[in-house]
Each structure stands twice: as structure tokens, then as C-alpha cells.
Write a protein that binds this ligand. Structure first.
Ligand code: ARG
Ligand code: ZN
Length: 475
């Protein structure tokens, strides 16, 4: 296999855009943070979750337990009508708080049924409830909105969020696109359960995360009800709409599979999707039990997107995936979805792990050994983009999907495996996935776990492979 394989389309549009975004964002951010600034410790919710790569993603002052999203999408006019009801808990006294919402028109906001004042500033929807919310208090925010959703352009030049297609929309929100289609606490620090009620023209299918509760058709429209009962980061939510052929079955382990495939991709997708149950079973053997009750794939025909995303329970592919991509997005269900990031800087915990899963799959299915894949990468000259920045410290949001994160991230795991041996290495992977299941993990926690499980000092290894600039010397 040719490493590194999972390279999103970023290169297609990177360049020009990137400088423009990087140049203007810090100014806007500084202004916003100045207004929210010190008050964050007081009674207003901060405008961001404190992530330096995406300072306005997420918000401070509350945690969202549940999102109830009711959406109607007209695939011809591309108009979205939405109502979002968030059940949240204030982490300190709040006289006002923010949600992330980019574009779209908000027509009303209520907090606990009382009308609330709101204003828009950039991607922040600032909500002022009639009465302050006391610390620890559970509250419900309902936001009614509509408009033509537009994706955001990420610092790497790729489009992210609600991306219209010729027959619906490809919906993927990593790292910041959730706010293009629903008001969100859009940082992976905050995980929530979700209900989706999505109405689309009859003949189109709306696919979200989790389990399909039901569908019904009336007056030329079909409504799909989906439920994700396991905590999910906002960027992993989807509501992809299109003309899809649907396949459903339950695996021997009781996982409900729902595949939705654009007929134009069906022939190429079929032989790969057939492998999904065996890929999940193989990964379960390596990483511990599959973390969710539902699984599947959304195979869209979205030639402008250029990447797939590990949307929770049901990855979304912009075209028929190859086996490596299926293995990669499936591995993310453990690494990235079940075990979430607390900061985008740690993205190698997602991408390095999912990439290493591809190497392991090849190794155990008649392909190159992981060592061969490692060696081929290591042979790249010092000036190669692989060594452009350290995997554990990509430096900014424009670098989080770059080759160092994917490939050098996987190389880091391979070096760990060589240092501790197969038995301990696979114990570490399983302990990571099971110990942090449904929650979060940081790089520091992973390093500590690896040292505990192996009884070895590993700080040097991680320092070299994750944090040292340039091509590491061979150990
Ligand atoms: N996490 C995805 C994957 O590796 C890539 C998402 C790329 N997103 C983007 N906006 N460039 O499978
Ligand atoms: Zn990935």
C-alpha cells in the first residue's frame, strides 16, 4: 500500500485561501475574545472553548447533554428550516452565553420557554436569557432558524459543514462545520446525545447517526427519525441527504448496520462495503468491543469534497471508498469518536491511530508489513513534507490534516510497538480504547498509559517522534 493513504483533498484548494484566512482570523478573534474575555470567569459564557487552533469553536459556561434537531431540507431550493432544542447545564452562573452558528437566519430563541434576547456576531449566536441561569442549573434552549446553509472554508482550504450536492447535501463537520447547519457547542470537549427528525422530498433519503427510529411519507415528503444515544462530538454529526440505495442488516454481535449508497457509486462500493462486518470484527479483536450500537456507511457522490469523515457510527464517504479508507474510518469509531480529543493539537490521536490501523490491516491481510510501510516513509528525504512539522504539535488549524499528522503519527505508534513489543502494544491500544470509552483522552494521558502498561520509560520516544522538528534520527 502506498503510504500515507488518507489524504483529504486539502491540496486541491490550499494556497491562496489559506493565507487570507490565517491573516484575518486572529484579528477578528482577538476582538471577540476581548469582549468576552475576562468576563468568562464571571457570569457570561466564553465565546470559545479555549482551543488555540479554533479559538471560537465551542463555548464556555455550559455543557450540552442533548440536541434535538428538527430539520427540513428542500433539495431543489437548498433551503434548510431548522429547530434545535438543546438541553444544557450551566457550569457557572450565566447571564448570557454563546452558541456557534455560521450563516442562516435565526427567527427566535427561547430559554426554558421564555423568549430570550439574541444577537449574531461572526460565528457566535449570543443568547441573553430573561433571567440569569444559576450554576449547575439544567436549561433548554430552543433556536428556530432557516436559510441556505453554506460550508465553511477551513484554514487548509477544504470545505466543511453542509455541502450541497446535485441530489441533496454531503454533511460533515470536522473540525468546525457543525455550526453551518445547527447551533452547536462545537468543540470535541463537549459530547452529547442526539435526536434528528429530518424531512426531505419523497424519494430522497436523510441519513444521520445512530439508529433509524422510523420514517413516514406524507404530502410528497419523507421524514426520517434518527437517534444517537451515545455521546458524540458535534463535528461527528451528519444529516446527509441524497438519492440513496439502502441496505440494512444486524451483525452477529447485534450491531445494526445501515448503509446508504448513491446509485452512481454502488458498483464500486459493493465489494468494499461487504467487508464492513469483518473489518469491524477484526478491529474489535484488536481494539476491544465496537463502541456503538449502530454502524454503516454513507457513500455519496460528492466529487467536490475530496475526503471522507468518520461521522459517528456511520462514516460518510464522498465516493466509493477503497478498503484502506473503510478500515481507516472504521478505526476512528474507537479512536476519535468514542475516545475524543480535548484539543485539536492532539489530532494525531485520531489520524495517527486510524492510519496505523490501515498498516495493521495490510500486514494481517497479505499486504506490506507495518515495518515495510514505516521504512518506505522513513526513506523520504529530510526536506519531504512528512517532516515539515511534528505530528504532536502541528502548530495551527491549517496543518491538522497534513501528512505529518497521519503518517508520522502512525510511525510514532510503530516505534512504540517496536519499543514495547506486540503483546504490550496491543494491550495499550485496547486499554486506551476501553479506558476512555465514550469520553476523552490527551496525548499526555496516552504516554502515561503506555508507560504504565509496559513498565518502560517512553518519554524520549514520544518526544522524538511527536514533538521534535525535522526528520528524527533512527533509534
Ligand atoms: N478525519 C477525516 C479522515 O481522516 C478527514 C477530515 C478532513 N476534513 C477537512 N475539513 N479537511 O478520515
Ligand atoms: Zn482520519
Amino acid at each position: 500500500m502506498t503510504p500515507p493513504s488518507r489524504q483529504p483533498a486539502r491540496r486541491r484548494t490550499a494556497g491562496l485561501r489559506r493565507e487570507a484566512v490565517l491573516a484575518t482570523v486572529p484579528v477578528a478573534v482577538a476582538a471577540l475574545l476581548a469582549t468576552a474575555g475576562p468576563a468568562a470567569a464571571g457570569t457570561t459564557g466564553a465565546a470559545g472553548a479555549g482551543d488555540p487552533y479554533f479559538p471560537l469553536s465551542g463555548n464556555g459556561g455550559y455543557h450540552v447533554g442533548h440536541y434535538d434537531l428538527t430539520l427540513r431540507y428542500d433539495t431543489t431550493s437548498r433551503q434548510l428550516d431548522g429547530k434545535a432544542v438543546l438541553t444544557a447545564r450551566a457550569s457557572h452562573r450565566l447571564t448570557r452565553f454563546d452558541l456557534d452558528l455560521n450563516g442562516l437566519k435565526v427567527t427566535s430563541v427561547t430559554v426554558d420557554r421564555g423568549a430570550a434576547a439574541f444577537r449574531r456576531t461572526g460565528q457566535e449566536l449570543v443568547v441573553t436569557p430573561r433571567h440569569a441561569l444559576r450554576a449547575g442549573r439544567e436549561f433548554r434552549v430552543a433556536v428556530a432558524y432557516h436559510g441556505t446553509p453554506k460550508p465553511v472554508t477551513d484554514p487548509d482550504g477544504s470545505a466543511d459543514g453542509w455541502i450541497p450536492t446535485d441530489d441533496g447535501a454531503f454533511v460533515a463537520g470536522e473540525p468546525q462545520g457543525a455550526m453551518t447547519w445547527f447551533p452547536a457547542n462545537g468543540h470535541p470537549k463537549d459530547k452529547s446525545t442526539y435526536d434528528f427528525t429530518i424531512t426531505v422530498p419523497k424519494g430522497r433519503t436523510a441519513v444521520a447517526n445512530g439508529v433509524l427510529l422510523g420514517r413516514h411519507t406524507a404530502h410528497g415528503r419523507t421524514t426520517f427519525r434518527w437517534r444517537e444515544t451515545q455521546p458524540m462530538a458535534a463535528y461527528l454529526a451528519t444529516a446527509t441527504v441524497g438519492d440513496f440505495k439502502v441496505e440494512r442488516y444486524t451483525t452477529p454481535d447485534g450491531v445494526q448496520v445501515y448503509n446508504a449508497v448513491d446509485p452512481r457509486e454502488a458498483r464500486a462500493a459493493a465489494p468494499v462495503l461487504k467487508k464492513l462486518p469483518s473489518v469491524l470484527a477484526w478491529e474489535s479483536k484488536l481494539f476491544g468491543p465496537y463502541p456503538f450500537r449502530a454502524a454503516g456507511a454513507i457513500v455519496d457522490h460528492a466529487p467536490d469534497v475530496g475526503y471522507a469523515l468518520e461521522t459517528q457510527t456511520r462514516p460518510v464517504y464522498d465516493s466509493a471508498p477503497d478498503t484502506g479508507t473503510l478500515v481507516h474510518e472504521s478505526a476512528h469509531q474507537w479512536f476519535g469518536d468514542s475516545v475524543s480529543l480535548t484539543a485539536w493539537k492532539d489530532i494525531w490521536l485520531n489520524e495517527g491511530f486510524a492510519t496505523y490501523a490501515e498498516w495493521l490491516y495490510a500486514e494481517q491481510h497479505g499486504g506490506d508489513s507495518a515495518q515495510m510501510t514505516f521504512d518506505a516513509l522513513y526513506a523520504r528525504p529530510a526536506g519531504d513534507e512528512l517532516w515539515a512539522y511534528p505530528a504532536g504539535d502541528p502548530g495551527n488549524g491549517g496543518n491538522i490534516f497534513g501528512t505529518p499528522v497521519y503518517a508520522r503519527g502512525a510511525m510514532t505508534l510503530h516505534e512504540l510497538r517496536r519499543a514495547v513489543g506486540d503483546r504490550d502494544f496491543f494491550r495499550i491500544l485496547r486499554a486506551w480504547a476501553t479506558g476512555h470509552r465514550g469520553g476523552h483522552g490527551t496525548t499526555a494521558e496516552f504516554v502515561r498509559l503506555a508507560e504504565r502498561q509496559s513498565g518502560k520509560r517512553l518519554d524520549g520516544l514520544f518526544h522524538t517522534w511527536l514533538y521534535t522538528k525535522g526528520k528524527p534520527d533512527k533509534v
